[in-house]
Design a protein around this ligand. Structure first.
Ligand code: AMP
Length: 557
């Protein structure tokens, strides 16, 4: 065990949980984990103010796993999440942390999947139930005792649940749980509606909030790029093509990620190495020395391993994984811009992490501008510039040393000097793609395909429009189809109800759903054209506000 896992050891978690945490490669608890784990382990109710990216899932999952009794084959903990996507993510996290706890099982309960197997898994003794509120209420309607043994409840992203219109469902669920249970509520924001829930349903809760002080960062140019988690490596490779860097440090969250990314970079010919807490101190020092003297250009590190790292050559910091808090962001980007030099910091942001970006901007008092992936033209220009820079110093005396040889070779081969020079270039560049068409073919990512807005439409955000404009459907987003339901405002429907129902029953990601327009007697929803028929079949029996949704493709003409 490395010294860094000491942070987790201090919690006195069940050794099987600790072993699983160490196996995942976490080096030390994040701030929210540091504060929440002891409180939840001690059985208190708690309100945690934290958003995605702070490590909040482990902050409740580890102590909840510690508190359950694996020998009892019945639901003991219920985690409520606003969307199917998050429920699955949380369930997977629980499975990871429970990997070495024999007999512990986790079930994810969400709409859009058959109810039978979910109920069976609960009845078969899954101790952890991770659910979206709508589907859980469906189960409760069939069996009101299904949650009778639950003594730990976690509301994850409580503010999102309310935004999606799950208030009534939550009340039903609270009633179905034993009053003596422990309740933990996590929310990025604490509006009055959340405080009211806490007041009614939590007992003497302790508050946990990550304190954020304003920090100053100067001389560092900051930018962010929106990207899906599984596209990070390709995005990093694209960015490296066009960023003019001397030495660069990349931050990721786990030891494994340092190894994976460093080897992906090495495979592309970069002089890169990993730096993590498993690497012995003298070896770490060797890595840093190599970065200092140019034997290495890129180091991929965890926060812990990069502590105290001071290398003036570093011109760039890539935050490949989001830091847990703004302080750590400021700390990380401070690795560049040393000794009064200019530095550049790039942050990769997944759709769920956009809130964290806003927090960083607020705390640092600076806007972190958005950049897009370089397009093929930019990559080509950058490659040619590098080639020009590497060849131009060689040209000066080459003719005197190798000119005669060139004449002889062209004569022997029977080709033009241009043909020979082209062949030599191909060899010297390792057949690297150096035309637009070739670059487009090799690039797995299309620039500007980054995930965009995933927020439901809120009419309050829009400037006043004329009545006619308001009635006319808005232009349709690319790759989307407009669908219509006969449910509208007069049926008590709001955009958030539609969004919640479609997300959970349809099993879509937030960003897949476009604009939602609620009129008095009907509503329009933009859905992905791709797979639409299947989706509509899936939503066939969906009910919103007690009424059948009956969503159909809508043709404007
Ligand atoms: P969350 O804020 O719970 O969505 O967590 C964000 C990411 O951080 C997930 O990929 C977790 O696996 C990872 N993570 C959580 N805690 C730690 C930790 N202590 N060290 C490294 N990674 C972590």
């Amino acid at each position: 065990m490395t010294q860094e896992t000491g942070g987790f050891v201090a919690f006195n978690l069940n050794p099987n949980i600790l072993a699983a945490v160490i196996a995942t490669g976490y080096e030390e608890p994040s701030a929210i984990q540091q504060q929440s784990i002891p409180i939840i382990m001690a059985g208190h109710d708690m309100i945690g103010q934290a958003q995605t990216g702070t490590g909040k899932t482990a902050a409740f999952a580890l102590p909840i796993l510690h508190r359950i009794d694996p020998a009892k084959r019945e639901p003991q903990a219920l985690i409520l999440a606003p969307t199917r996507e998050l429920a699955l993510q949380v369930a997977t996290a629980f499975e990871t942390y429970a990997k070495q706890m024999p007999g512990v099982t986790v079930v994810a309960v969400y709409g859009g999947a058959p109810m039978g197997p979910q109920l069976k898994a609960i009845r078969n003794g899954a101790q952890i139930v991770v659910a979206t509120p709508g589907r859980l209420c469906d189960h409760l309607r069939r069996d009101e005792k299904v949650l009778a043994t639950v003594n730990h409840l976690v509301l994850d992203e409580a503010d999102e649940m309310l935004k999606l219109g799950f208030m009534d469902d939550l009340e039903v669920i609270f009633k179905a749980l034993p009053a003596t249970r422990q309740t933990v509520l996590f929310s990025a924001t604490l509006p009055q509606s959340i405080r009211a829930i806490a007041e009614r349903h939590l007992r003497d809760p302790q508050h946990v909030k990550i304190q954020t002080k304003t920090q100053t960062v100067t001389a560092i140019e900051q930018a962010h790029l929106l990207v899906h988690a599984d596209q990070k490596t390709s995005a990093v490779l694209s960015l490296l093509e066009v960023e003019d860097f001397d030495a660069l440090i990349m931050f990721v969250r786990t030891k494994q990620a340092t190894l994976d990314l460093a080897s992906a970079l090495e495979a592309k010919g970069y002089k890169a190495a990993a730096l993590n807490g498993d690497i012995a101190q003298n070896q770490r020092e060797r890595v840093i020395d190599s970065l200092k003297d140019g034997r290495l250009d890129i180091v991929v590190a965890t926060d812990v391993a990069a502590r105290g790292l001071d290398v003036p050559r570093i011109t760039h910091v890539f935050n490949v994984d989001m830091p847990y808090d703004p302080e750590s962001y400021v700390h990380r980007i401070g690795r560049t811009g040393r000794a009064g030099r200019e530095g550049r910091a790039l942050l990769l942001v997944t759709p769920r992490e956009r809130r964290m970006l806003q927090v960083i901007e607020r705390v640092t008092g600076q806007k972190v501008a958005e950049v897009r992936l370089p397009d093929a033209q930019a990559v080509l220009d950058a490659r040619i510039k590098k080639l020009t820079n590497s060849l131009s110093p060689l040209v000066a005396d080459a003719e005197s040393t190798h000119g005669d040889l060139l004449d002889r070779l062209t004569a022997d081969i029977g080709c033009t000097p241009r043909a020979l020079a082209a062949a030599l270039l191909r060899k010297a560049t390792n057949a690297q793609a150096l035309t637009l068409a070739a670059i487009e073919k090799e690039r797995p990512l299309v620039p500007n395909n980054a995930p965009r807005g995933d927020r439901p439409e809120r009419s309050g955000d829009r400037p006043e429009r004329s009545d006619r404009e308001r009635r006319a459907p808005m232009p349709l987003g690319e790759g989307r189809a407009r669908c219509r339901t006969a449910l509208g405002a007069r049926d008590g429907i709001a955009a958030k109800n539609l969004l919640g129902a479609i997300l959970n029953e349809g099993g879509l990601a937030r960003e897949a759903i476009g604009r939602i327009q609620v009129r008095d007697s009907f509503s329009l929803v933009e859905l992905p054209e791709d797979g639409l028929e299947k989706l509509l079949t899936k939503l066939k029996d969906t009910r919103v506000a007690g009424k059948q949704l009956k969503l159909r493709r809508y043709r404007e003409d």
